[in-house]
Design a protein around this ligand. Structure first.
Ligand SMILES: *Cc1c(COP(=O)(O)O)cnc(C)c1O
Length: 237
């Protein structure tokens, strides 16, 4: 048993190192400095021990999709001094009645797509915590089945959310359709358009795109944050 666990954490560390190298190389090839791209380790369905293992190695940002599971993990790691600096990102879909849990437990939320959700997160963000960092998820392919606001809805949503004092608008997030070969470039353009239109958004600095299968392409097109699960933690069951 113990041998298994050791092998397990060893391979997670090796995978993580490999992904770090790939991120750095992709940044170099795209003429972008390494520090520019943040690696978000997506730990959904994986045990808290694996998160602690990587936190010990210096991994700082972790992403979770399932609220109940995430809160249990966050709480179970609170007493672990290696995990004090973890920055938690919520990357799952948001139901209206779950906004309080998100506002109280996370540092970032990457999946805001409509005002009613943003307004609730703003109202429910505890005063003792800094403003909640927010990415707006864009449905870049206009797919019926996909989450995210339409590109056309983005300007109005930005104008509304930027007035919310307990939220800090940081940028955009996408999960593109596999068939869409220039979603990354189009999203980069949207990101720059918002920056140009809103110079007052002082922390508009994050473009979250790229996962295990397409992080190199995403970085080449200007991603500043890749969300990587499988390539670090292995397949999810
Ligand atoms: C699960 C998930 C990821 C990680 O995907 P992998 O292919 O395992 O790297 C990234 N982003 C979101 C929104 C996810 O739900």
């Amino acid at each position: 048993m113990i041998k298994n666990e050791n092998n397990n954490s060893k391979s997670v560390i090796e995978n993580w190192q490999k992904v770090n190298t790939q991120v750095a190389m992709a940044g170099e090839q795209a003429n972008r400095p390494e520090a520019d791209v943040t690696l978000l380790a997506v730990s959904k369905t994986k045990p808290a021990e694996m998160v602690a293992t990587l936190a010990e190695q210096g991994q700082c940002h972790f992403g979770e999709n399932y609220l109940q599971e995430a809160i249990e993990k966050i709480n179970s790691l609170k007493a672990n001094t290696d995990c004090e600096d973890i920055v938690w990102h919520y990357i799952g879909s948001i139901q209206r009645n779950k906004t309080r849990d998100i506002a109280e437990n996370f540092d970032w939320v990457q999946t805001v797509e409509r005002d009613i959700i943003a307004k609730r997160l703003n109202n429910q963000r505890p005063e003792a915590l800094p403003p909640l960092n927010v990415l707006i998820q864009v449905n870049i392919d206009n797919e019926d089945s996909k989450s995210g606001c339409l590109s056309a809805e983005l300007p109005e949503l930005i104008s509304t959310i930027k007035g919310y004092k307990r939220l800090q608008l940081r940028g955009l997030m996408i999960i593109p359709a596999k068939s869409d070969t220039n979603a990354f470039a189009r999203t980069k353009q949207l990101f720059e358009d918002v920056k140009g239109a809103h110079p007052e958004l002082s922390k508009w600095d994050t473009l979250s795109m790229g996962m295990s299968g397409d992080m190199v392409e995403a970085i080449a097109e200007g991603s500043t944050m890749v969300r990587v699960g499988t390539a670090i933690f292995g397949e999810r069951s």
